[in-house]
Every structure is written in C-alpha cells, then in structure tokens.
Design a protein around this ligand. Structure first.
Ligand code: SR1
Ligand code: MG
Length: 402
C-alpha cells in the first residue's frame, strides 16, 4: 500500500537526516516549506551550525495553482528525478545533484541551490548574467542532441521514450499554450483592459493556423527528450553558475520547444522593462542586454549543436550534404514559433509571469502586456519564414517603439 501523504516540515527533517554525509543528526536542523511554484511542495532543510542544507521536493496529487479540483499524477516526480539524472550525465554541472528519489512519497531529495536565485527574480531585480547564454546553450545543445535520433541509438531512444510518456503534464501544455489563449476559454485570465486584444487572438485565423501547426509538432514530433518547461522560473542562477531545475514536464518532443521557452521568457522580461527600468537610458541599456542575450542563446546553441553533430552524429543519412543546414533552419523556425506561443499564454492564459503581473501601475502594465503580445504574435506568424535570429531581434526592437 502506498504511504503517500503530503509531508510536514518535521517529517521532511527526519528524511533529510537519513541522507548520508550531509547533516549532523545530533545538531539543530531547521526546515521551511518554500514552494512558490504552481504544482509542488518544496522543503528547505538547513543546519545552522554547519551551513549544510538540502532541498526536498514533493509532488502534490493536484495542481497547487488551481487546487484539489485539478488532480495531477504523482508520476511526474519520477519523471523529474529520472530526467535530472539523464541531464546530469549529458550536461554535468548544469543541474542539481539528486540524492534520493522516493516513489511512494513522490519525493526527490536534491542539492540545495539557495546560493543562487531564481532567474526570473534575478532579471526582475536587474541582474546581469554574463555566463548564462554559454551555459544554457551548452545544456540545450547536449541534452537535445544526445537524446535525439542524431546522437542516440535509435532503438534505445524508443525504449527510453516509454519512461517519458507524460500525458497529464503534456495535456496542461497542449491546453494552456496551444488552445486556451485562442478561444474564449474559462481557463484564461487577463486584465480587463486587454479584452480587445484577447478577442483579437480568438478571431485571428492566420494566427490559429500557425498555432495549430506548432501544436501538431508538440503533439507528434518525438525529436528529443525535452526539459518541457524551460522558463526563467526553472533556472537557478548566479553570475558564475546556471542550474536548470524542475523537469517534471519532460517528454520526447520538438527541440524548439525548450529553446523557445528560454527565448520567450527573456522577451517577456524585455517587455516588462516598461516598468523595471527607471528611465529611458537604463531601459535602452537593459533591453540591449536582453536582446543580446537572446541573440547569444540562439547563436551559441547553433554553433555548439553543429559542432556536437559534426563530431558525434550516429545516423549515416544525417551526414547527407545540406541536411544539417535544413535541420538547423527548421529548428530556428520552431524556436521562434514556440517562443511566441509561450509569450502569448503568459499574458492571456492561465498562470502568468511575475515580470509583468507585478507591475503595479495598470497603464504601464498594459503597455508591457501589449508589447509582449505584439512580439509573441509576430513570432508565431513569422515562424516559418524566419531565416536568422537577427530578424527577431529587429522585430522586438521595433515593437517597443510602436
Ligand atoms: C497548471 S500548471 C501551469 C504552468 O506552470 C508550469 O510551470 C507550466 O508552465 C504550466 O503551464
Ligand atoms: Mg515548474
């Protein structure tokens, strides 16, 4: 019989004590539940005398953001811990270490990263992360290439994909990103001042066609093992270090969905600078930094991915002249389309982002929201014509001056 129940802080301490070589069981241990995401409990367990600490992450059997009326599989905890272990092998140093996974409790015990900040918060506070593009492009190029048919034995990939069938979490994405924002869904949530813009999304058939094509890719293209929710809230960061967390949405899907998540969330922060930069000069500087990061993320991803491909590709047909160029161009186009979908859902759908939602002045918030919608919808509409990331940079630059 399963012993699953949501842990208390006292129980979290007892479990933490049983992890070898971290805490001294006879010295004071403090614990706080710090989960501020949409889905899980997160316990921070710390020993003040030694400074040693651990994170215990426990899945709840429902989506915390909505409540018990939205049941959600506990198996996502297994998916997360297995994905973290695969990512640790493929991209060492870029994910937290997993110390234990307990299937009965849907619990993962892992390295504490509280010397880092959540990147979304760091960006809101004006942080500069000079190594981020280097790190995240490395993470994506290696995890995506080596779990795809380009870099992994193709029979083993099919067998591995069985462990990452993730229907309930994929369904969240299918609904919240690729359906609800484009219809008058009860799941949607937006400021009343955006009603006209929301209604425009519901009736824009050219936009719907592009979203339907992207949705089809999300549903059917098992290109590689994705993180599946790679927004800036899933990244812990310092100027020196980047750690990707929370791969509970992992499944075999289209690579551009991960790259698009990173770029879309950088651009949401870019749109939010209407508020977070104090004057025009600092806004210009901050935006230049963010667009430079978008450019670096794609360009570094592309060069690393091509290099890994040249050195490691296992598929003879993938060495065909022109195939890599075609593949990378399609990847850029998918990235652009998915980034746009990620932006639109965070403005009119369920579950927004603090970058924009915490802007206190409604008029300034509305301006930031409109910029985000303008960039997001342009990216969706342009995705299949995109040839270079610079086209997106130029379009984002224009969107703030309209
Ligand atoms: C009901 S979950 C809402 C969102 O939180 C996660 O981070 C995913 O982005 C999901 O869409
Ligand atoms: Mg998450």
């Amino acid at each position: 019989m399963s012993s699953y129940h949501p842990l208390t802080e006292a129980e979290a301490v007892e479990i933490a004590k049983s992890i070898p070589n971290v805490l001294q069981p006879d010295q004071e241990i403090v614990c706080r539940e710090i989960g501020d995401g949409n889905l899980n409990l997160v316990f921070h367990v710390r020993q003040p005398s030694t400074g040693a600490s651990l994170i215990l992450k426990q899945a709840l059997p429902y989506a915390k953001v909505v409540g018990e009326s939205w049941p959600l599989t506990l198996d996502r905890s297994r998916i997360e811990s297995e994905a973290l272990q695969i990512q640790a092998k493929l991209a060492p140093g870029l994910v937290p270490a997993v110390y234990r996974y307990d299937a009965d409790l849907a619990l993962t015990v892992m390295e504490d990263l509280s010397d880092h900040v959540i990147m979304r918060r760091g960006l809101i506070e004006g942080g500069i992360y000079p190594k981020f593009a280097e790190h995240i492009s490395e993470f994506m190029a290696r995890t995506l290439f080596f779990t795809s048919d380009l870099g992994m034995n193709q029979q083993e990939k099919k067998l591995l994909s069985k462990s990452f069938v993730n229907p309930e979490l994929c369904k969240i994405t299918e609904d919240l990103i690729f359906d609800d924002p484009y219809t008058n869904s009860p799941n949607n949530s937006f400021d009343e001042h955006l009603r006209e813009e929301a209604q425009a999304l519901w009736s824009d058939t050219a936009l719907h066609l592009e979203v339907a094509l992207l949705r089809d890719k999300f549903l059917t293209s098992a290109q590689a093992l994705l993180h599946g929710d790679l927004h800036t809230g899933s990244i812990f960061i310092t100027p020196e270090s980047t750690k990707v967390i929370d791969p509970e949405f992992a499944y075999f899907g289209p690579m551009g969905f991960d790259i698009g998540a990173v770029i879309g969330n950088l651009l949401l922060n870019y749109a939010s600078q209407e508020h977070w930069s104090s004057d025009e000069a600092s806004r210009r500087e901050r935006r230049a930094y963010l667009l430079g990061t978008v450019r670096d993320v794609w360009n570094l991803f592309e060069s690393k991915f091509r290099k890994i491909w040249d050195e490691n590709v296992i598929d003879r047909m993938a060495r065909t002249e022109g195939y890599q160029d075609h593949y990378v161009r399609r990847l850029l186009q998918d990235t652009v389309g998915f980034a746009g979908c990620k932006m639109v859902r965070r403005i009119v759908g369920l579950s927004h982002v603090a970058d924009i939602d915490t802007i206190p002045n409604p008029a300034v918030r509305a301006k930031a929201q409109r910029i985000a919608l303008s960039i997001g919808t342009s990216m969706i509409k342009q995705n299949r014509d995109t040839r270079s990331i610079d086209e997106i940079i130029d379009m984002a630059d224009t969107a703030v001056h309209e």
